[in-house]
Design a protein around this ligand. Structure first.
Ligand SMILES: [Zn+2]
Length: 206
């Protein structure tokens, strides 16, 4: 896809994400691949409800600014790792929702959330049935983003199968070959986590 068209779609998707309350208080970050070494990424500290294409910067996969007005997000190197590990990935979306934040903190040692029996599992590419388990990996939160990126690399097969992962007490990363696919994966995973969040709340109050 032409880079301008992709950026336009990414800006629209950011607006959608913000309206859903998934990127409050300037949190969250969003990117699209430009080529084998660089990406366009939302600049740090921007109000995600009012982004335009001028609020994006170009940086390499190690989070070094190449062009644009602003600083790449602190988490740019995590996006960069995902692009390096999967050449088919062209968009990465990072959201901060209440269900993802809370559910990943309920079991402090849990390395994954397992979904089973949900029709919505089929929205995640490579998961064609509700009659199989879908594991969404969880990583402990860290301000050392290059270290976190290496942990994601070490569990890449599981991350790729889920088309995303959770950073504990922090948020969700999801990705795909197009902005559309990444958005579908983000919505699907957020929906599934919300279902588990609601289900566990009901069970604990029996
Ligand atoms: Zn974050």
């Amino acid at each position: 896809m032409h880079n301008d068209a992709m950026l336009e779609e990414l800006v629209k998707t950011c607006d959608f994400i913000s309206k859903k309350g998934l990127a409050p208080a300037t949190a969250g970050n969003f990117s699209a691949r430009l080529n084998d070494t660089s990406m366009v990424m939302s600049a740090s500290g921007k109000d995600k409800s009012a982004l335009s294409k001028y609020d994006f910067v170009v940086c390499d996969f190690q989070a070094n600014l190449l062009s644009g007005d602003g600083k790449p997000s602190a988490e740019a190197a995590l996006h960069g790792m995902i692009y390096q590990l999967n050449l088919a990935t062209n968009c990465v979306l990072h959201t901060h929702s209440v269900p993802v934040t809370v559910l990943s903190m309920l079991e402090k040692q849990a390395q994954k959330i397992t979904f089973y029996g949900y029709e919505m599992q089929k929205t995640i590419a490579g998961n064609p049935t509700h009659e199989a388990e879908l594991d969404l990996p969880i990583f402990d939160n860290s301000q050392d983003i290059p270290k976190l990126a290496l942990e994601v690399k070490a569990r890449w097969d599981a991350v790729k199968k889920a088309q995303g992962f959770i950073v504990r007490g922090h948020g969700l990363y999801s990705f795909g070959p197009t902005v559309f696919d990444a958005k579908r994966h983000m919505e699907g995973l957020e929906f599934l986590v919300s279902c588990e969040f609601a289900k566990r709340g009901l069970i604990s109050h029996d």
